[in-house]
Design a protein around this ligand. Structure first.
Ligand SMILES: C[S@@+](CC[C@H](N)C(=O)[O-])C[C@H]1O[C@@H](n2cnc3c(N)ncnc32)[C@H](O)[C@@H]1O
Length: 274
């Protein structure tokens, strides 16, 4: 199915970026990106969420999820420049935004300055998750695992820590599957059969069962509530254990597109992520 509702075209997206004339740091590569009437300082890397339709859809979905209830604690362990953490801060008592890269972290901290319920941490997220588990910290109600590649180690740590809650999860390995790139074959040696538009089948037949298998290993039940696929990233919304999204939220999610960019234009016969 071809849906047009996938955000802005790239020309319009670039028009939202304003180079900061006063910028001296990071070689003058800092740009300003507008979101929700605020300016976020970003560099031109793929952590900038307006970079693709998938990033723009992520913001819309995060807005829907964020406002679905009053959350106690949201963990954003791949915080990037902080747009998702900002969205989550509107409806959560507390948000922790973890970012490993120093340059990105510096901008994250600045972008979220003055938002009192957000705490920024410059650390590797596996180290952060491990420490929280060891220290017996109360788990979050929502975690957003949003890497460039795959978050399996972080997913396992999340399942060790959280019993009930929402898990939002991105996977960027689909780009390697879609392009049949050599880099993905050490993980999935037989992956050739999912090249091109069949990459969405890889999500259905391989990746979701893999996440479910990890959950089962940890004795947790995972339910997929929504997903969408872009040639460069997959995004999944899961309920974990006793946690459930309300009907209104599920209805709202069900109206969002499931396929973005090139995937919209190819037939998806009988495709389902379930
Ligand atoms: C896709 S971007 C995140 C975008 C952000 N979630 C948003 O929606 O605005 C991924 C970010 O995670 C950071 N990152 C990657 N691996 C990490 C790790 N192990 N620990 C902490 N941060 C990590 C990267 O530096 C990058 O800024």
């Amino acid at each position: 199915m071809f849906t047009k509702d996938t955000g802005l075209r790239s020309v319009q997206r670039e028009a939202l970026l304003i180079e900061d004339p006063d910028v001296k740091e990071f070689g003058g590569r800092v740009l300003k990106e507008e979101y929700d009437g605020r300016y976020f300082r970003v560099t031109d890397n793929t952590a900038r969420s307006s970079k693709s339709d998938a990033g723009i859809e992520k913001r819309t979905i995060n807005e829907i999820i964020g406002k679905s209830r009053k959350w106690d604690f949201i963990l954003d362990p791949y915080a990037g420049f902080g747009i998702s953490a900002y969205i989550f801060s509107k409806n959560s008592e507390r948000v922790v935004a973890v970012e490993r890269d120093w340059e990105t972290y510096s901008l994250l901290k600045e972008n979220l300055m003055g938002i009192k319920n957000v705490e920024c941490v410059n650390d590797d997220n596996t180290a952060y998750l491990q420490k929280c588990i060891e220290d017996g910290v109360k788990p979050p109600n929502l975690i957003d695992l949003d890497p460039f590649g795959g978050p399996e180690a972080q997913f396992l740590l999340t399942l060790e820590w959280m019993k009930d809650g929402a898990i939002l999860c991105t996977n960027g390995q689909i780009e390697g599957v879609y392009r049949n790139s050599i880099g993905i074959k050490h993980l999935y040696p037989w992956v050739d059969k999912y090249a091109g538009h069949k990459a969405t089948k890889w999500a259905e037949k391989v990746y979701i069962p893999r996440l479910r298998g990890l959950a089962k290993e940890k004795g947790r039940e995972l339910r997929l509530v929504h997903s969408y696929a872009h040639p460069r990233s997959l995004r999944f919304i899961f309920e974990l254990g006793a946690f459930e999204f309300g009907k209104e939220t599920k209805d709202e999610l069900s109206k969002r597109p499931r396929f973005l960019d090139w995937f919209q234009r190819v037939e998806q016969p009988g495709f389902s992520f379930e």
